[in-house]
Write a protein that binds this ligand. Structure first.
Ligand code: IMP
Ligand code: MG
Length: 180
C-alpha cells in the first residue's frame, strides 16, 4: 500500500483478523460481566473506531462516554505530560467502567487516565486496548483486554493516526518514513 508522499505503508494486521479478535474480546467482556451493566469510556480520537466495533460485540446493557487527553510533544512520541482536554459527561461512581484505548505504548497516557478515573470511585475499572507495544513500556499498566501485542513499530490505521492522517485505513499498517 502506498502512503502520502514518500511515506510507506505495510499491512501488519488485516481487517478480518481485527474483527475476529474484537468478537473474542466482546465475548470475554460479555462473560465477565454477565447480568451486569458496563460503561465504556473511549479515549478520543484514536479509540473511536475500535470502540464502535467493540461495543456491538458486547451483549449486555451498555452505556458510553468519551474523554480526550493530549500529551504534549512530538507526533510520534508522547512526552509523558498528559492533560485532560475533554472530560466525561456523567459520573462513573459505582459503575463497571471499561476504558477503551487504541494502543498501550509507554503507558504514560493510560496510567494518567487510570489515576484520574479511580478518584471518581467506579465499582471496577478495566482497560481494553486494541494494541500493545510491551517493549516501549515506561509506566507499568495492567490491561485486562488486549487485542494484539505488536512489535516496536509505528502503526497507523483503524483509528490510529500520524499527524491526524490514516485513521480511516481498514487495516493496521506499519508506517515508514523516508530518511531525513
Ligand atoms: P503512551 O502514553 O505512550 O502509552 O501513548 C499512547 C498514545 O500514543 C496512544 O493513544 C496513541 O495516540 C499514541 N501512539 C503510541 N504509539 C502509536 C503508534 O504506533 N501509532 C499511532 N499512535 C501511537
Ligand atoms: Mg494519537
Amino acid at each position: 500500500m502506498s502512503g502520502h508522499g514518500q511515506e510507506h505503508l505495510r499491512i501488519l494486521l488485516r481487517r478480518g483478523a481485527i474483527q475476529r479478535r474484537i468478537r473474542e474480546l466482546g465475548g470475554q467482556i460479555t462473560k465477565d460481566f454477565k447480568g451486569q451493566r458496563v460503561h465504556l469510556i473511549g479515549v478520543l480520537k484514536g479509540a473511536s473506531i475500535f470502540l464502535s466495533d467493540l461495543i456491538r460485540q458486547i451483549h449486555l446493557e451498555v452505556s458510553l462516554d468519551f474523554m480526550a487527553v493530549s500529551s504534549y510533544g512530538h507526533d510520534k512520541q508522547s512526552s509523558g505530560q498528559v492533560r485532560l482536554t475533554k472530560d466525561l459527561d456523567t459520573s462513573i461512581e459505582g459503575l463497571n467502567v471499561i476504558l477503551v484505548e487504541d494502543i498501550l505504548d509507554t503507558g504514560l497516557t493510560l496510567s494518567y487516565i487510570q489515576r484520574v478515573l479511580m478518584q471518581r470511585r467506579p465499582r471496577v475499572l478495566r482497560i481494553a486496548a486494541l494494541l500493545d507495544k510491551p517493549e516501549r513500556r515506561i509506566k507499568e499498566v495492567k490491561a485486562d483486554y488486549i487485542g494484539f501485542q505488536i512489535p516496536n513499530e509505528f502503526v497507523v490505521g483503524y483509528g490510529l493516526d500520524y499527524a491526524e492522517r490514516y485513521r480511516n485505513l481498514k487495516d493496521v499498517c506499519i508506517l515508514s518514513m523516508p530518511p531525513k
